[in-house]
Design a protein around this ligand. Structure first.
Ligand SMILES: NC(=O)c1ccc[n+]([C@@H]2O[C@H](COP(=O)([O-])OP(=O)(O)OC[C@H]3O[C@@H](n4cnc5c(N)ncnc54)[C@H](OP(=O)(O)O)[C@@H]3O)[C@@H](O)[C@H]2O)c1
Length: 353
């Protein structure tokens, strides 16, 4: 990768269906140099998330500004400070936050970028783009704060082999719940069982409603929803009394032209259930504690970060497409440069900037 320029992936066209190569344009911009009150970041890892297709469509999503054609695509990741004229950031600091699909970023550390310094927890920094970053925080805070699982309860998780889902499966298992996953294909289902799920429904090859009847005869206590659509509708027919549905995402609906139009939501009333949507940043005051707990579980071997790592910034477009065709397993991450010690030396003109 060329180090003396800033490589940026921009929106070339609004995606129709899944993203295609023509929807992206790779631009080469001059290397940004930090001015007063600014610092320079070099990108180590970028997380790849379903919401990025919404950004490309020009929709306001996840609190980010709607993008025009030609704009650099929004994206969170992990980066290292390499030069700084900012009192709170020093060369060597590693942060996670809004970097964008680019290999360098000049920043003044605005609130909108939501940079968080990454503490030394003994876990590799790559996890900051996944299991100890917003993906892990979505799983941890969404499950605990909205799902409120109790030991022995039946927790169902969709997209259970994905980034958020594979972490929810493991946390629910650690907490002593009985976990049922839902994923596409026998390999993904085998992985989900290996993470602690008692069973995993292959929604591409098995009838979900019949499988729920077999696996959850007393109903579902907590449903962690990553997909919405028909799966959510089937869960609503199989709820236990006082159950909780956690609306994390609805990827099966993101590419539909018309809304799915859930019709059986009144099932909530008959079993005194609740359905609670959340945005991960609602729980910003829990991130530090969540990060510590997740790192502790990882370091003790209780939680296994499941990751699909795409090697090289040039592959960002295909990494995003994989989320919609289901070819990713675990959290989708692009290794732009890797861990700080794997990076090339910083050019001297940057060090003195
Ligand atoms: N609320 C929040 O703050 C928040 C934060 C982060 C993420 N999210 C949401 O959480 C969900 C998971 O995100 P992630 O980043 O971890 O992605 P992910 O689950 O790693 O990747 C997407 C997975 O979704 C499944 N999928 C794709 N199309 C589908 C369809 N039509 N029907 C059913 N499943 C489909 C695929 O798995 P299969 O092969 O199993 O189909 C794919 O691997 C997304 O909906 C995302 O938008 C919300």
């Amino acid at each position: 990768m060329q180090e003396d320029v800033n490589l940026q992936w921009c929106v070339a066209a609004r995606p129709q269906g899944n993203v295609r190569p023509d929807d992206f344009k790779l631009r080469t911009a001059p290397l940004p140099l930090p001015g007063d009150g600014e610092f320079l970041l070099r990108t180590l890892y970028l997380g790849v998330r379903p919401v990025m297709r919404m950004y490309m469509q020009g929709l306001p999503a996840a609190g980010e500004r709607p993008l025009d054609v030609g704009d650099v695509i929004h994206g969170r990741g992990v980066a290292q400070v390499v030069a700084s004229n900012h009192p709170q950031y020093a060369p060597g600091d590693v942060v996670q936050g809004q970097i964008g699909w680019q290999t360098w970023k000049k920043s003044s550390g605005t609130a909108a970028e939501r940079f968080i310094k990454m503490p030394a927890t003994g876990t590799p920094f790559i996890y900051g783009a996944g299991a100890t970053g917003m993906n892990g925080f979505s799983a941890y805070c969404g499950l605990l704060e909205c799902g409120k699982p109790k030991p022995g309860e039946t927790v169902v998780v969709s997209a259970a082999a994905g980034g958020v889902g594979s972490t929810v499966v493991q946390i629910a298992h650690i907490l002593g719940c009985r976990v049922i996953g839902i994923a596409g294909g026998s390999d993904k289902c085998a992985l989900v069982r290996s993470l602690g799920a008692e069973a995993c429904i292959d929604y591409k090859n098995e009838p979900i409603a019949e499988r729920f009847a077999e696996l959850c005869p007393d109903g579902i206590d907590v449903y962690f929803d990553n997909v919405g659509g028909e799966t959510l509708a089937a869960v609503l027919e199989n709820l236990a009394r006082d159950s909780r549905i956690v609306l994390c995402g609805s990827i099966s609906e993101y590419m539909r032209k018309e809304p799915f139009g859930l019709t059986n939501y009144t099932r909530l009333r008959s079993v005194n259930a609740s359905m609670n949507g959340f945005f991960v940043y609602n729980f910003a005051d829990r991130f530090e504690q969540a990060g510590r707990q997740l790192a502790e579980w990882i370091n003790s071997g209780k939680l296994k970060p499941v990751q699909s790592v795409v090697e090289g910034f040039e592959h960002m477009p295909k990494a995003l497409a994989a989320l919609y065709d289901g070819s990713n397993v675990g959290v989708q991450i692009c290794r732009v440069r890797g861990e700080p010690e794997e990076c090339k030396p910083v050019p001297p003109d940057i060090q003195s900037a």
